[in-house]
Design a binder for this molecule. Structure first.
Ligand code: SAJ
Length: 401
């Protein structure tokens, strides 16, 4: 039984995980470098948008089982849930994991469990094991060290944290078992055991697999545009085959997972990771292609109507029905189109955000009424019933049936 857990990182995964553990009456000391985040959580509130998270955090804080802080304390389980960004040139940067680990080094004692959940390049858990044992040699082989990636879908985190299967890989079998016992306390999904390297690669593989499949759909969309075939109808028909399941093309691939994790493989295995690398290229190119398509449509409109058009750019989020704009192809396309603007009027629509630091957000109805060209960059539900009569429509996400 784990009596005290320290979670390092209170973001999109760290906070929901902390709240979930705390609701099982295990004391959680959540650590974040931001004082503002810490104060918000200790007030029973949240700093991110995720359904049901507000209630979980409010009740965990009220019960006294969840407390946020900028500094860690002594515990028996340490969970590293910090981001792993890029160093540039798409090289993964594990320094956040290293700093988080360094902060708990003086607190570690024999028998403690240390788990990394952050998406990590292969070998990170072993690297942290060596780091810990070099700095605290008296603890060598006396800690339990494991890797266990999260695999939850933003927007459904509270449900998936409990119900998804998980892959758990220790640096040895004792560590794996200890980590399994920890997750068993709050996960209902199956817990699959392996070694740390396989668990690390498994997370990268899952997201790379989805990226490759979306790249296939995006490649088809480029071919169909040239061949004058409706790609949505094509995929619908091809998917009637019992063993074919093609995903949907869109304006590119965004978010902080699928558009990022494949680079953790390509950076380390550049010669071998041919398809994974090409998929990233295709999905990035798709957003560039959409921006070019909008620019060309504007020029055609000018020639045909002898006037400068008004353009509605519909959606900024990285996927439908969320407010998350990170790594969003729609934001990239908007930027690119505005950079090339030559006096056209633009309406930027994003029903899930009130305001944006750079763009004036226009209400959906106003934009549709005034625009000559409507470019659908995200398949938000609100866009499905727009009146398109008399407009030039660029439907990059198959919104209009
Ligand atoms: N997309 C398409 N076509 C599709 C499906 C998605 O263009 O048919 C685009 C979306 O619009 C978006 C991007 O792909 O821009 C990614 O969206 P997503 O819903 O596929 O995935 P994420 O990034 O929200 O969450 C993923 C999930 N991974 C997988 O489905 C393999 C989630 O389970 C992971 O936990 C998460 O990444 C993560 O944290 O790694």
């Amino acid at each position: 039984m784990n009596r005290k857990v320290v979670t390092l990182g209170l973001g999109y995964i760290g906070l929901p995980t902390s709240a979930l553990i705390a609701t099982h009456e295990i004391s959680v000391h959540g650590v974040d470098i931001s004082q503002k985040v810490v104060d918000t959580i200790n007030a029973g509130k949240i700093h991110i948008v995720e359904p049901d998270l507000d209630l979980a955090v409010a009740s965990a804080v009220k019960s006294g089982f969840l407390k946020a802080d900028t500094k860690p304390v002594k515990a028996d389980t340490y969970l590293v849930v910090v981001p792993t960004p890029f160093k540039g040139n798409h090289e993964p940067d594990i320094s956040y994991i290293q700093v988080a680990t360094e902060n708990i080094l003086p607190l570690l004692k024999e028998g403690d469990l240390y788990i990394i959940e952050s998406t990590s390049p292969v070998g990170t858990t072993e690297c942290m094991r060596d780091f810990i044992y070099t700095r605290r040699p008296e603890l060598t082989d006396k800690l339990y060290i494991a890797y266990c990636p999260e695999r939850v879908l933003p927007g459904n985190v509270m449900y998936e944290l409990v119900h998804n299967d998980r892959v758990i890989g220790g640096i040895n079998s004792a560590s794996t078992e200890k980590a399994v016992a920890f997750y068993k306390q709050f996960v209902k999904g199956e817990l699959h055991t392996t070694n740390a390297r396989t668990a690390e690669m498994c997370k990268l593989t899952e997201n790379s697999s989805r990226d490759v499949q979306i790249a296939f759909a995006n490649e088809l969309s480029l071919i169909c545009d040239k061949a004058d075939i409706n790609v949505w109808e094509l995929i619908h028909l091809a998917n009637k085959h019992p063993r074919v399941n093609i995903l949907q093309p869109g304006s590119g691939v965004g978010g902080h997972c699928i558009a990022v994790d494949p680079y953790f493989i390509t950076a380390e295995f550049p010669r071998e990771a041919q398809i994974i690398s090409k998929a990233r290229e295709i999905n990035n190119y798709k957003a560039f292609w959409c921006a070019e398509k909008i620019a060309n449509t504007i020029r055609d409109f000018e020639v045909k109507h002898n006037k400068t058009p008004s353009v509605a750019l519909m959606g900024l989020a990285f996927k439908p029905n969320i407010d998350d704009l990170r790594e969003s192809p729609a934001v990239y396309i908007t930027q690119k189109v505005l950079q090339q603007a030559k006096g056209e009027t633009y309406f930027i629509v994003e029903p899930n955000v009130e305001e944006h630091p750079y763009y004036k957000i226009t209400k959906l109805e106003e934009a549709i009424e005034k625009a000559d060209i409507v470019a659908l960059l995200v398949a938000h539900n609100e866009f499905k019933d727009i009146a398109i009569n008399g407009k030039v429509i660029l439907d990059f996400c198959g919104v209009i049936k």
